[in-house]
Design a protein around this ligand. Structure first.
Ligand code: SF4
Ligand code: SF4
Ligand code: SF4
Ligand code: FES
Length: 320
């Protein structure tokens, strides 16, 4: 069968969905609720294309080609509809992509990651990250005004994390080894970065109780940021901040241990359903309409494979 794509006639078998046909010929069509080979139901609308033959916008992930179709994939009309779909998803998403302390560090130390490894008990890795970013024997923190502490989210709850002291104590711990761990904070202004906004009073109380380890760090950076398609497509669409504000009621920074190294952070879930449709008696939907949530019942946790994190298009499912 023949269809037109951006003015060019192409042959398609009719066996694959439009998104697959378009990707096969090199068009980079974004998708969040669709992952090749996985069960899905169209919901995110970031894969939209226009069929000029009848004037309709259609989700390419769940439409099969039909004779006479005349598809546009990259006009301003199509791109702005995709952008709006992303912005709507972002309006229900409360999270920081990057930790504020890392963003402002003039020495480009990945502060949040250093503290994360430290808190998890992997002090060698924490030391290595610090050593890879800076001269460990001549730590810049000594003479720094510590903008990390001014930016620290914990400071809006009670008192900021003593970042500078932590870095200096770590740098002087001569018993630690340099292991394979390298990272310099690479926070590019061109990359979309979700920002959390303010905590409610109830959240502050909850955070104090849950994040009560000696460092008191809230581990703000999103652990799924390197794989997150929501972030990637928002960057590609030129989105700087959610246009409609953020109205999520999910508890911020609630991390549910599913099993093994797999965690679920509901405030980052865009309810795409991929984890629901691709686990057997695992994740499930609760409530309907605006109140709909994805949940993992306690008794279903063992039915989930850790690999499910790979198809989650956000940092809502991640492994540590
Ligand atoms: S709470 Fe931790 S990760 Fe968040 S800004 Fe403060 S030091 Fe950084
Ligand atoms: S899920 Fe994606 S967009 Fe959300 S905070 Fe994580 S990296 Fe950023
Ligand atoms: S946890 Fe991930 S895969 Fe599951 S519904 Fe939320 S965003 Fe989709
Ligand atoms: S990828 Fe097509 S509707 Fe989500």
């Amino acid at each position: 069968m023949k269809i037109k794509v951006n003015g060019k006639e192409i042959d398609v078998t009719g066996q694959n969905t439009l998104i697959e046909e378009l990707r096969n010929i090199g068009y980079d069509i974004p998708s969040l609720c669709y992952d090749s080979g996985a069960s899905h139901q169209a919901s995110c609308m970031v894969c939209m294309v226009k069929n000029v033959a009848n004037g309709q916008m259609i989700p390419s992930c769940s439409t099969f080609p039909q004779e006479g179709m005349n598809i546009e994939t990259d006009t301003e009309e199509v791109l702005s509809l995709r952008r709006m779909s992303l912005e709507l998803l972002l309006s229900d998403h409360r999270a920081d992509c990057e930790a504020p302390c890392t963003v402002v560090c003039p020495a480009r130390i990945d502060v949040a990651q250093v503290i994360l490894h430290y808190d998890r008990g992997d002090k060698d890795k924490a030391y290595s990250l610090l050593a890879s970013a800076t001269d460990i024997d001549n730590l810049p923190c000594k003479d720094c005004k510590a903008p990390c502490e001014k930016a620290c989210r914990r400071g809006t709850v009670d008192k900021c994390v003593s970042v500078r002291d932590m870095m200096m104590v770590l740098a002087e711990a001569k018993d630690l080894r340099v292991v394979e761990a390298k990272s310099v904070a690479n926070v590019s202004k061109d990359v979309f970065s979700s920002k959390l906004g303010r905590y409610s009073d109830a959240e502050k109380e909850w955070l104090k109780e849950v994040y009560s380890q000696p460092s008191r760090c809230l581990h703000c950076a999103c652990e799924g940021r390197d794989k997150c398609k929501l972030r990637q497509f928002s960057t590609n669409a030129g989105i700087k901040a959610p246009r409609y504000g953020v109205s999520s009621h999910q508890i911020v920074k609630e991390q549910i241990h599913v099993k093994g190294s797999l965690y679920f952070e509901p405030a980052k879930c865009i309810r795409c359903g991929l984890c629901v449709y691709n686990t057997n008696d695992g994740f499930t939907f609760k409530h309907r309409g605006f109140d709909m949530q994805v949940v993992i019942p306690e008794e279903s946790k063992n039915n989930v494979d850790e690999k499910i994190a790979d198809i989650c298009p956000t940092g809502a499912l991640f492994t540590v």
